[in-house]
Design a protein around this ligand. Structure first.
Ligand code: PPE
Length: 306
C-alpha cells in the first residue's frame, strides 16, 4: 500500500514526507475523525462513490467532536478528487482524516490546530478476494459496542476504533476473519468496521441506528434492495437470530458486501454466499462501476470536474 502523494493541509506532499509531530493531540487521545471512501474504475475513468455523503458525514463527525474544519465542503471534495487523480489511481480507497494537531498536551483540545490530510491507495477486498465469493467466519466479540452515552456512534471518531480493534484482535486470534459486536443491551450491533445485515424468509434485516454507524453502504443496500422489491426491516435482535438466519453479510466501504458463512461455529444458511446476498452484491458492484443508469448520480467522475 503506497501511492505517490498525500494531500496535507492544502498541499500535495510526497508519500514519505507526510509526517506529523509525535505530540500530535490525536495520536495521544484519538481526537480525530475520518472517512473511508472507495473510487471504482468505470468506462469514464475513476469515479468516487457517494462522495457528497462521505464529505457530509466527515463534517458532521467534526461538528460532534467540536472541530471547525478550516476548508469548505467544496474544497475538501475537490481535494479528494485531486488526490485520486494525482496518484493516477483507477480504483482505490480514500482516507480523509481531520485531527487535532500539536500545540500542547492535556485533554483540553481547543488550542490544538485542526489539521486535515487525504490519502488514497490501491486496496483490494477488505477481508480477502475469496471472502466476497465464499463468505467469512465470524465470532461474537466479548467486547461490546460502546454505549450510546459513552461516545458518539454517529461520528466516525478515531478514538472509537480502539473498541473495534479489541473486537478485531479477538477474531483474528480466534482464527476467524471478523467479529460481531453486541450493543450494551446485548442486541446485535455491527462489525468493527462494517454494518451487518441478515436475511430470514426473504426479508432483509439490519439493526436500527442507535449504537451503530450510519453506514453509507448500509444506506445504499437498503435503497437498492427496496428498488429490487425486497422488504427491508430495521430490528433489534439477539445473537441467536443470526444463528438461524438464512443469510448474513457485512457491509461497508472497505468491506463492500462480504457474506458471512459461519458465526460462533454455527453454519449460516447453507454455509456459503446466499442467493439474496449474491443478487445484492452483483447489483452493488454494478452500481459502483457505473453500469446502472438509475444510480449514476452516486458517482463523481474524477476526470470530469477538475
Ligand atoms: N460501522 C463501522 C464501525 C465502520 O467503521 C464502518 C466503515 C461502517 C459501519 C460502514 O460504513 P460505510 O463505510 O459508510 O458503509 N468502516 C471504514 C473503516 C474500515 C477500516 O478498517 O479502516 C470503511 O469501511 O472505510
Amino acid at each position: 500500500m503506497e501511492a505517490e502523494k498525500i494531500w496535507m493541509d492544502g498541499k500535495m506532499v510526497d508519500w514519505n514526507d507526510a509526517k506529523i509531530h509525535v505530540l500530535t493531540h490525536a495520536l495521544h487521545y484519538g481526537s480525530g475523525v475520518f472517512e473511508g471512501i472507495r473510487a471504482y474504475e468505470t468506462e469514464q475513468g475513476a469515479a468516487v462513490f457517494r462522495l457528497k455523503d462521505h464529505v457530509n458525514r466527515l463534517f458532521d463527525s467534526a461538528k460532534i467532536l467540536r472541530m471547525d474544519i478550516p476548508y469548505s465542503k467544496d474544497e475538501i471534495t475537490k481535494a479528494i478528487k485531486e488526490t485520486v487523480k494525482i496518484n493516477k489511481l483507477n480504483s482505490c480507497y480514500i482516507r480523509p482524516l481531520v485531527y487535532r494537531g500539536f500545540k500542547k498536551l492535556g485533554l483540553n483540545p481547543f488550542s490544538c490546530p485542526v489539521r486535515v490530510m487525504i490519502a488514497a491507495w490501491e486496496w483490494g477486498a477488505y477481508l480477502g478476494e475469496e471472502a466476497l465469493a465464499k463468505g467469512i467466519k465470524a465470532i461474537t466479540s466479548s467486547w461490546q459496542r460502546s454505549n450510546i452515552n459513552s461516545t458518539s456512534a454517529k461520528a466516525k471518531i478515531c478514538g472509537n476504533y480502539v473498541n473495534s480493534i479489541f473486537a478485531n484482535m479477538e477474531a483474528v486470534e480466534a482464527d476467524v476473519e471478523e467479529a460481531i459486536l453486541l450493543d450494551s443491551d446485548g442486541y446485535v450491533a455491527e462489525g468493527p468496521g462494517e454494518n451487518i445485515f441478515w436475511v430470514s424468509d426473504g426479508v432483509l434485516y439490519t439493526p436500527p441506528l442507535t449504537s451503530v454507524l450510519e453506514g453509507i453502504t448500509r444506506k445504499t443496500i437498503i435503497k437498492i434492495a427496496k428498488d429490487m422489491n425486497f422488504e427491508v426491516r430495521e430490528e433489534f435482535i439477539a445473537r441467536d437470530v443470526l444463528y438461524l438466519a438464512d443469510e448474513a453479510f457485512f457491509a461497508g466501504s472497505a468491506a463492500e458486501l462480504t457474506p458471512i458463512r459461519e458465526i460462533d461455529h454455527y453454519t449460516i444458511g447453507s454455509g456459503e454466499r446466499g442467493p439474496i446476498s449474491k443478487k445484492l452484491q452483483e447489483k452493488l458492484f454494478s452500481v459502483f462501476k457505473g453500469k446502472e443508469k438509475q444510480y449514476i448520480d452516486w458517482l463523481d467522475f474524477v476526470n470530469k470536474i477538475i
